[in-house]
Design a protein around this ligand. Structure first.
Ligand SMILES: C[S@@+](CC[C@H](N)C(=O)[O-])C[C@H]1O[C@@H](n2cnc3c(N)ncnc32)[C@H](O)[C@@H]1O
Length: 275
């Protein structure tokens, strides 16, 4: 099995559309007016959820009408947030066909089909023109990709000169060492590839990016999970990331928190510009 197959299989649930819509029905009083905020508990599949998205996208200098690429767009929460809050046109691409189908469905449910679109495909060979986009972002994706040099070259190819590229990923932590598995992005070490921030600097420079801002999100992540622990004492709410992570979600999140606390991995943002 290729890495792409293994990664898509890891994320595929089979009945995600139905389970999400059932949960949405349970929590949203008026199905004719579902908002991106209503979906935020389930469709922002990265540490810190929509709070992290807000902080991260505020650093990108997005302007109304910009074309933005979301690399590894999942079920589309970040794409819808950027389309809605920043008034941009967002194109997502994701390896997991089920996620793309759910992303398209949720954009229709929130009335954002005209400003978001989702392509089922690999970030390594994207079906987009050279210099097509004004901006790109990627949240919690490169952990699944071994050939990061190829990934960042491909992102640079589809960006206009001077375009911003925001990365929010889990990177190797200062203490190093083997991660506890499973984690949300992989059940085993076979499809988990974390780069150190120093390695990222070199990879991004080689791909033609200058890093303009870098933020360690470790403390934010720890505080976020502490808050989650307090509110989750009664079990998960109907609409939550457990729908994306599956039955072992508690173990996956618990391992990730332990990995971050021990410095084996660390969430980090890098805001880059294509030179
Ligand atoms: C943890 S989820 C994050 C999804 C989304 N960025 C978010 O924050 O909600 C990781 C996503 O990366 C996608 N992915 C992993 N490897 C990929 C690749 N080579 N090309 C495109 N998408 C990929 C997976 O299918 C999955 O949807």
């Amino acid at each position: 099995m290729t890495d792409d197959d293994a990664v898509a299989r890891h994320y595929t649930k089979g009945d995600l559309a139905q389970r999400i819509m059932e949960a949405v029905h349970a929590v949203v009083p008026d199905m004719a007016h579902v908002t991106p905020r209503d979906l935020a508990p389930v469709d922002e599949f990265h540490i810190g959820g929509v709070k992290a998205t807000e902080t991260f996208t505020a650093k990108l200098g997005l302007r109304p009408g910009m074309t933005v690429l979301d690399v590894g767009s999942g079920i589309g929460g970040t794409a819808r947030f950027v389309a809605d809050a920043h008034d941009c046109l967002v194109t997502g691409i994701d390896l997991t066909p089920e996620f793309c189908a759910v992303a398209t469905m949720l954009s229709a449910a929130t009335g954002l089909s005209d400003v978001t679109e989702f392509h089922d495909g690999s970030a390594m060979t994207m079906p987009f023109h050279d210099g097509q986009f004004d901006a790109a972002m990627t949240l919690h994706v490169a952990m699944n990709i071994e050939d990061k040099a190829g990934l960042y070259r491909e992102v640079a190819r589809v960006l206009k000169p001077g375009a911003v590229f925001g990365i929010y990923d889990v990177m190797a932590g200062p203490e190093g060492g083997d991660l506890d598995f499973p984690v949300p992005w992989s059940a085993t070490p076979a499809t988990s590839y974390l780069a150190t921030p120093d390695a990222m600097h070199a990879l991004l420079a080689d791909a033609g990016f200058t890093i303009e801002q870098e933020d360690d999100r470790r403390d934010f992540a720890i505080a976020f999970f502490d808050g989650l622990k307090k509110t989750a004492a009664d079990g998960p709410p109907p609409l939550g990331l457990h729908l994306l992570m599956g039955a072992d979600f508690k173990q996956k999140v618990g391992n990730m928190v332990a990995n971050i606390a021990a410095g084996r991995c660390a969430p980090r943002e890098m805001i880059c510009r294509k030179t």
